[in-house]
Every structure is written in C-alpha cells, then in structure tokens.
Write a protein that binds this ligand. Sequence first.
Ligand SMILES: [Mg+2]
Length: 236
Amino acid sequence: MIKIIAFDLDNTLYNHKQYIKSAYNDIAKFVANKHSLNKENYYKWIFQRWKEKGSSYNKIFKESYKYFNLKNFNKDINRILNIYHNNRNADLKLYEGIVDLLYQFNKEYKLILITDGHVNTQKYKIDKLKIRKYFNSIYISGEFGDEFYKPSTKMFIKCMEDYNIKSENMIYIGDNPNLDYPPCKKLDIKFIRLKAGEYSNIDIDDSVKEVDLKNLNYIFKLVGDINEKNSCINNN
Ligand SMILES: [Mg+2]
C-alpha cells in the first residue's frame, strides 16, 4: 500500500530555467560591472553555455573568464556562487496542473519533498512557489551534508526511517534519470519520471513509467495502478 508520495523539486514541480535566468542575470551584472564588460554579451554567453551543458556542469564561469579574458577568477568565484545561491528575484511558477496534483494527493497520502541543493536557496524556492503547505516533510540534502546528495540513497532511507515505512509504501516522482532514478532503483522505491526541463531528452530504462507535462493527470492513473498491483501481491 502506498503511504507516501515524494517529489523532487527542480524541474519536477517548476522549470529550473526560471531560477538560472534570474541568478545568471545578477551574476552578469556583477561580472560586467567589475570587469567593464557588456552585461548582455556576458549573460548571453553564460546562458548559452548552460543550455549546452546543463545545471550539473560546474565549469561555466571558469570558462567564461577564459573566453572574455578576465582576471581574478579565483577571487571572484566565491562571490559568483554567493550571488547564485542568494538570488531572491527569480519569478518562479509551478508547471500548470501541479497545484491540483499536490492538492489531490494530499488528501490520500503523506507528501514529502526530497531535493538537492543549498538549504536557503531551496527554502526560498519552496516559499516562492507557495508549496510548503502541501508537504508533511521537506528533505534538503544541503541540510544533511555532501554525502546526502542524490544519487545517494541516504535521504530516501532517512525518510523511510522517519515515517517507519518500507520502500513498497513509497513512490518518488522526479525528472532526472541520473540523480532521481538510481537511488529509487537501488532501494526498490517505485519511480515515476516527469519528462520536463533540461534532462527530458535523456534516456531511461524502458521499465520506468514516464509522464509529460501535457498529460500530467496520467500520474493519477499510474499511482492507482501501482496501488492496485501492490494490493494484488499482498492478497495472494
Ligand atoms: Mg530535478
């Protein structure tokens, strides 16, 4: 029996590109100002690089300093990362249909958020998206330590321990085949992939059920199917 439905945050409930754009804009302001560059040119370059490489690539700013022939990267990088994590201007919006999904599931299941990232950054996003009220618990890897970042299974195990449930009682919904799926596979937690955001073109096992944004309500059917299968197994 499913007791908990857990969600990833970035790209699963909203498009993370919204945060990137806003944070990169602030970073471009800082770099352009400090090095007397054209802000738009610098922004365009880093944003284009993000589109090519994605959020998990961590050399974009270093490469930008090389490309624009700027000095003092090692001095500036802490400030850049600080600006990135402390951006509070991003206009974040949930994907259409997410509120209804959370509202409906909230009636029947405990909802949990399991997300990677800096604590304050993730908390800002959660508050900006006004979704805190739907979740019984929120697990942010940055709060626990580096070893808790996905694809580690640690946050999932902690969640199951905290709620005294087994993997068969839990579903995880996430977007990232490389970070969200592996811990679920390892722990035998049912995984539903939301095909959205920057990782939507990455292949995943054929056995994984996928939902795309245009057909979000299909998640209700998938969860219903998982519940039915579970009850068949338990009754036999
Ligand atoms: Mg994600």
